[in-house]
Design a protein around this ligand. Structure first.
Ligand SMILES: Cc1cc2nc3c(=O)[nH]c(=O)nc-3n(C[C@H](O)[C@H](O)[C@H](O)COP(=O)(O)O)c2cc1C
Length: 191
């Protein structure tokens, strides 16, 4: 029997996205963002609080990068969610990670994360119930180690982190469970 638990953030898994931006003097900032999702083939939406340094940086340079955090860098990913570039000028340096400029947008590529989306700020949606940052994905870069022979990203090789909002925890992806747009097909014929 199901119990009523009231209003909860009950979507699982949530992603662990690393938003990379440049500040005033092109100093690197990275923030942890779990409230985000793909919203069209070439669009991503991120839900940021208005006081984030990342948001000010996005507006300044009209650009940002979105990396997928992996298990090997869990500590750094969590740190990026606990410290603000508004208060710590050496936030990125303290992480020990490395960045280089994107050749597609004015935003940093964080070298240690295996997959990154290079984005242009497309729109800020500010309505009664929604404050969302929409980015146009102009390119995706991925380490060769996570690309299959036919040129696709192999999700099984990413060791991507997932955010658990019930317990403020991180999980990693387990085994592949099935094939989408395929495994339900047998039920389509059923009367
Ligand atoms: C797991 C996790 C997920 C987070 N998700 C979001 C989010 O989706 N939106 C947001 O505004 N802040 C989120 N935060 C908080 C920001 O990452 C945090 O406030 C950070 O210090 C902002 O950095 P900045 O001010 O340098 O941009 C998250 C933090 C953690 C640890």
């Amino acid at each position: 029997m199901k119990k009523d638990l009231g209003t909860l953030t009950a979507v699982f898994p949530m992603p662990v996205l690393m938003i990379g931006t440049y500040g005033e003097n092109d100093e690197v900032d990275v923030m942890n963002c779990a409230w985000g999702q793909i919203c069209d083939d070439d669009k991503i939406v991120l839900f940021l609080a208005r006081d984030r340094k990342t948001l000010a940086n996005m507006k300044k340079h009209n650009s940002f990068t979105v990396s997928i955090a992996d298990r090997a860098h869990l500590k750094e990913a969590d740190y990026f969610g606990m410290v603000s570039g508004n208060r710590s000028r050496d936030k990125f340096a303290k992480s020990g990670m490395h960045a280089s400029p994107s050749d597609k947008v004015h935003a940093p590529l964080i070298e240690e994360f295996p997959v990154v989306m290079e984005c242009i700020l497309a729109e800020i949606i500010d309505s009664e119930h929604l404050f969302g940052i929409v980015g146009t994905i102009v390119n995706v870069k991925a380490e060769e180690s996570v690309i299959t022979r036919d040129g696709k990203i192999d999700a099984g090789k990413l060791n991507a982190l997932m955010f658990d909002p019930f317990d403020n925890s991180y999980y990693t992806v387990g085994e592949k469970a099935g094939k989408a747009f395929h495994d339900g097909a047998s039920l389509i014929q059923k009367q």
